[in-house]
Design a protein around this ligand. Structure first.
Ligand SMILES: [Zn+2]
Length: 222
């Protein structure tokens, strides 16, 4: 069962009414720029503007989650993308990034902010909320806002390709790590089997029964 709340995020909730309909399984995510501080953007979320989104990634690396991942929030319009695969707000998760204020719209993400968005994206992918990290094939899942709607957002602040590369590295590292763990478990099991063989040999040599109870006694397992 996919998780709907990012474990690393705090939860300053958005207003309940700022959704278009019932929760929807997601197919991908859209990166946005706040063009402002977080405080200002969160004020907008709580106010009457027809705007809502799931995640805010702050310049200090903190991640805020305002709605469950499946919420039908208002961040990139309700029309379909040109290929007709994605119905924007229904199918896509909105990820806002603090900074890039007017006059400095293309302000780069801070390195902690970039790492936070990479880790969030990896988690969303692992939970099945992003189907496809590439821009090829069905359910292309990782977008900058301007790639699906005519808008300046996110003013080229979000290095989508670099994020994808770093997400794939995390996924590979975790796979490698689980292989290492499996190997360690296999080695441990092998050592235990060897010890049992030694115990049986010793019991036989002493003319004692080699039943489970005696083997366990020999190995010091109560
Ligand atoms: Zn946007």
């Amino acid at each position: 069962m996919a998780e709907l709340w990012y474990p690393k995020a705090r939860r300053p909730y958005g207003p309940d009414y700022k959704v278009s309909g019932p929760p929807q399984a997601k197919k991908g995510a859209v990166y946005h720029s706040m063009v402002s501080s977080y405080a200002s953007a969160y004020g907008k979320l709580l106010g009457p503007a027809e705007s809502s989104w799931h995640f805010s990634v702050r310049q200090n690396g903190a991640v805020m989650q305002h709605y469950p991942v499946t919420a039908w929030a208002w961040h990139c319009g309700d029309r379909d993308d040109p290929a007709g695969e994605i119905s924007n707000n229904r199918d896509l998760i909105g990820i806002e990034h603090e900074g890039g204020p007017i006059g400095n719209e293309s302000e780069p993400l801070t390195s902690t902010q970039l790492t936070a968005t990479v880790e969030l994206t990896a988690w969303l992918y692992q939970q099945g909320h992003i189907a496809n990290l590439s821009q090829i094939g069905d359910n292309k899942g990782l977008w900058e806002h301007h790639e699906i709607v005519a808008t300046a957002c996110p003013s080229h602040r979000i290095p989508r390709r670099l994020i994808r590369t770093r997400v794939e590295r995390i996924l590979t590292e975790e796979e490698d790590m689980s292989e290492v763990l499996n190997e360690l478990k296999a080695q441990e099991k092998f050592r235990k089997i060897q010890a049992v063989h030694v115990a049986i040999g010793a019991l036989r040599g002493a003319g004692l029964p080699t039943d489970l109870k005696n083997v366990m006694l020999y190995l010091g397992i109560k």
